[in-house]
Design a protein around this ligand. Structure first.
Ligand SMILES: [Zn+2]
Length: 439
């Protein structure tokens, strides 16, 4: 069964991080209002760590967490990639910097506030000061490598005036925070057409972006549209959706795209072979324009190509496989863009209890960096590719079977129930049928 939104814990990246002494006790989300739970939004709970740790087949961890005061890995210098991960801001936005250093990353994303709740605690000026000072201290060029992530609740396509204002206010508030902190890129899910048509949704999104651009509080922050997995009525699952929004944005210098590797793959864009990768990128360039590509979310996919399922997997363990990431990191056009991991970090401790294992990100960052220039025929690459693929076998099999089953079910339901019950209702039904949550 899918978890209902009410069951979804506040984001794992906002929860305390026991193995990281730099992270203070979490403050967020206590005063969150109940009610207003929109089920369909549970579909895009991407950065959340998977609730169920289904198999004991987690990658063997190097060491236990207790000794984790020092960074898990040193940040690489002089690498062509700017690779990192979506880190926690528990205890304040400044902690994102410490959390980035801890995993040895050079790019980072985070939520400004709980991404599932409509609460907007003010940005603490002291935390802002510490954030800026921390970046300076560690030589982090925040304008180039930082890509905060918008709330899942914000739907800039919503036609209802009250909902529209709520979404816009949150959007503008986030852009304002970026501006305050010297951040230039702000990533968000474009929206969904659950309450409107696709075309109206597209123009409402653009209208909101234009309005935010006109507000001086947003500075010169670039609004970065994330490519989506095409679930239900999501807008942004096709390059055409993204291009249509951009076409309606007046200030083209302040609009961009974040390519999520898992999402585009789930939406049907293949990245696995050099040829398929080249074709998908050529399509991106033709339809959207590569000049708009500002960042990437680097995730493998637990679900197969064109499955419309948004389920992030660890690098090399999913249906994309290591070769896809080799294609990506060796594409010189992408060097210099922030590449942010949103891969699951769930592991098990020695008692078999669920735990968060940040060393996964530290390792994946180094893995991505090491793939630059690596010969795919080499023993090193083949071993890595084989071992990682093996690690994900069970999950891939399970999801492939699930996707297949759902396809059949959908086809049956469609045949049986040709009239009525389409649109919104259908999305909810699909979600309920999934045995596991989307990410
Ligand atoms: Zn993403």
């Amino acid at each position: 069964m899918a978890r209902k939104l009410t069951d979804v814990p506040s984001d794992s990246s906002l929860s305390p991080v026991p193995d990281d002494p730099k992270v203070e006790a979490p403050t967020p989300a206590k005063a969150a209002p109940k009610g207003k739970k929109r089920k369909t939004e549970a579909l895009s709970s991407e950065e959340e760590t998977e609730e169920k740790v289904t198999k004991k087949k987690t990658r063997p961890r190097k060491k236990k967490q207790q000794e984790a005061a020092a960074p898990l890995a040193e940040r690489s210098t002089g690498t062509k990639l700017i690779a990192g991960a979506h880190v926690s801001t528990a205890g304040g936005v400044h902690n994102a910097v410490a959390n980035l250093i801890y995993i040895g990353g050079n790019a980072f994303a985070f939520f400004f506030k709980n991404q599932r709740k409509w609460i907007n605690p003010e940005l603490d000026p002291e935390f802002a000061r510490l954030f800026i000072a921390g970046c300076k201290e560690h030589g982090i060029d925040v304008a180039k490598c930082c890509l905060p992530h918008g709330s899942y609740l914000v739907n800039l396509a919503h036609p209802d005036p009250v909902r529209k204002k709520q979404a816009y206010d949150s959007f503008l508030d986030d852009l304002t925070r970026c501006h305050t902190l010297g951040i230039k890129l702000y990533n968000f899910h474009p929206g969904n057409a659950n309450a409107t048509t696709r075309n109206e949704g597209v123009s409402t999104i653009a209208e909101n972006i234009n309005k935010a651009h006109r507000d001086p509080a947003s500075g010169d922050v670039i609004a970065v549209l994330e490519t989506m997995a095409s679930q239900g009525n999501t807008i942004g699952g096709t390059f055409r959706d993204i291009a249509d929004i951009i076409a309606l944005v007046n200030d083209k210098s302040r609009i961009g795209v974040c390519l999520d590797t898992c999402h585009v793959f789930a939406a049907g864009y293949d990245l696995r072979t050099p040829e398929a990768y080249a074709a998908s990128m050529a399509e991106f360039d033709k339809v959207i324009g590569l000049e708009y590509l500002k960042a990437l979310h680097i995730n493998d996919s637990k679900a197969p190509l064109d499955s419309k399922r948004d389920l992030h997997a660890r690098i090399g363990t999913g249906f994309l496989g290591l070769r896809s990431f080799h294609n990506i990191v060796n594409d010189e056009r992408l060097h210099g863009l922030p590449m942010v991991l949103e891969t699951p970090t769930d592991g098990l401790d020695e008692n078999g209890k669920k735990t968060e294992d940040k060393s996964i990100w530290a390792r994946e960052i180094k893995l991505l960096e090491s793939l630059v220039g690596m010969d795919v025929e080499s023993e090193e690459f083949r071993t890595l590719e084989r071992d990682l693929a093996k690690e994900g076998t069970e999950e891939r099999d399970r999801l492939a079977e699930q996707v297949e089953r759902k396809k059949k079910k959908d086809a049956k339901a469609k045949a049986k129930d040709a009239k009525g019950k389409k649109g919104k209702k259908k999305v909810e039904t699909e979600d309920e049928e999934d045995e596991e949550d989307e990410e």
